[in-house]
Design a protein around this ligand. Structure first.
Ligand SMILES: Cc1cc2nc3c(=O)[nH]c(=O)nc-3n(C[C@H](O)[C@H](O)[C@H](O)COP(=O)(O)OP(=O)(O)OC[C@H]3O[C@@H](n4cnc5c(N)ncnc54)[C@H](O)[C@@H]3O)c2cc1C
Length: 382
């Protein structure tokens, strides 16, 4: 039987699930409290310069998931883009991730890969046992100089606390490459949508069985008109924060224009703790196939997320995990609602993972509803 389904949020999660359900013959309404679709991936052209701006921060598409790569390319042509991040530290510019070039430049050496590996191992703090904190893990991996130059300041600014207060698990792998590869991502597929992410999401939502309602905030009473709700808003927000607020970091973007090329690359990080921002993004470099004389840049600042701010990065430390467990228990008592996406499941999700989960969630709903079975509150556990 065909169902009437509500998507709360017209970001990637809501759009991809909605599209699959519409293709299966269900009728879909997608509401978003914002005045636009595409959620945090939203891009728009700047009126004065015509530069494509990543309004909620830089978004680079990268994945190893071939099906997801084909999926996005069905809706929008992706053009080659390789993310090559630079960082300013101690008054000099280096390449990230830390690689052979960074090491040789930083230490004024001409090491070959094996020599660099030995050299970095010799810098590691040998007095540390099993690392418990981010700081100990970093000191064990790369030693004090590289930690201070590239990891410490950035982490303090990003997370608002000292790396000695963060768990070691945040830094899982050795953050160093012993070759000259400065491609920020390891994935097989990487690119940028030719006409921006908003265009791509617009095409995903373009189906006769999908109705989009913008500037429309979900109220629980709306649910009664639908067979099922997919909620991609904040999990704690769904329950009016009745158990307290899940911790997030938010971002402030200080936008400025520049007559020319401001920094010569898309992303420049700032590793020094006395520089208050974490990075500067120069948006025209995300579309290297376009030509623009003028430039639009964002200085990015990270801070604790307040009640009126946009939640960006879930914190997920011990206190938040405990609160999350209580919200999960609450959510599991709800009928006919499934929590999806980065806010609904309180996880940092790259776009490719968001799409993969959305496709799988929609498949599950189509299958379960055809068998008259109930869709769980979480298809992917938070
Ligand atoms: C700064 C930053 C940079 C990123 N960079 C990358 C990158 O380079 N590469 C990458 O792959 N991924 C990146 N991501 C991740 C990417 O943004 C997410 O994967 C994606 O946005 C998740 O989509 P979503 O639909 O789950 O959530 P969202 O995009 O947040 O969409 C949720 C939507 O729900 C709406 N909503 C919420 N509550 C309600 C309500 N009560 N009523 C109505 N509407 C509601 C919101 O307005 C929003 O539009 C980045 C994320 C951040 C924060």
């Amino acid at each position: 039987m065909k169902k009437r389904v509500l998507m709360v949020g017209a970001g990637l999660s809501g759009a991809v699930i909605g599209r699959k359900l519409a293709e299966a013959g269900h009728s879909v309404v997608a509401v978003d409290e914002r005045s636009h679709i595409a959620g945090n991936c939203y891009t728009e052209r700047d009126g004065e310069t015509d530069v494509m701006v990543h309004v909620y921060g830089p978004h680079i598409f990268h994945t190893d998931d071939e099906e997801v790569w084909q999926y996005v390319n069905t809706f929008e042509r992706f053009l080659p883009f390789v993310n090559r991040v630079k960082t300013t530290s101690g008054g000099r510019v280096y390449l990230l991730p830390i690689n052979l070039h960074t090491i040789n430049q930083f230490f004024g050496k001409t090491l070959r890969p094996d020599e660099a590996r030995e050299f970095i191992a010799s810098l590691a703090d040998r007095n540390l046992g099993e690392p418990k904190t981010f700081e100990e893990q970093a000191l064990k991996f790369v030693g004090k100089q590289l930690y201070d130059a590239f990891l410490r300041g950035y982490t303090i600014k990003q997370w608002g606390c000292d790396p000695s207060e963060l768990p070691a698990s945040i830094l899982k792998r050795l953050p160093v490459r012993f070759n000259y590869d400065d491609n920020y991502f390891f994935h097989r597929f990487q690119g940028m949508p030719e006409n921006g992410y908003t265009k791509m999401v617009e095409k995903i939502l373009d189906h006769e069985l999908i109705e989009v309602r913008l500037n429309s905030r979900f109220e629980k009473s709306d649910a009664s008109a639908f067979d099922h709700v997919f909620f991609s808003g904040p999990l704690d927000g769904y329950f009016d924060f009745e158990l307290g607020r899940l911790g997030y970091r938010t971002l402030d973007f200080e936008r400025f224009s520049y007559d020319g090329d401001y920094q010569g690359c898309a992303v420049m990080n700032y590793g020094d703790v006395d520089v208050p921002y974490t990075r500067i993004t120069e948006h025209k470099h995300f579309s290297p196939w376009e030509r623009h004389e003028k430039s639009i840049c964002y200085r990015e600042y990270s801070r604790a997320c307040g009640a009126e701010d946009i939640p960006y990065y879930p914190i997920r430390l011990a206190d938040e995990q405990a609160l999350l467990a209580r919200y999960i228990e609450r959510a599991n008592q709800e009928a006919n609602v499934t929590f999806v996406g980065r806010l609904g499941t309180y996880r940092y999700l790259d776009m490719d993972v968001t799409i993969r989960e959305a496709l799988d969630t929609a498949d599950a709903y189509v299958r379960l509803s055809s068998q008259a079975c109930k869709m769980p509150a979480f298809f992917v556990s938070p």
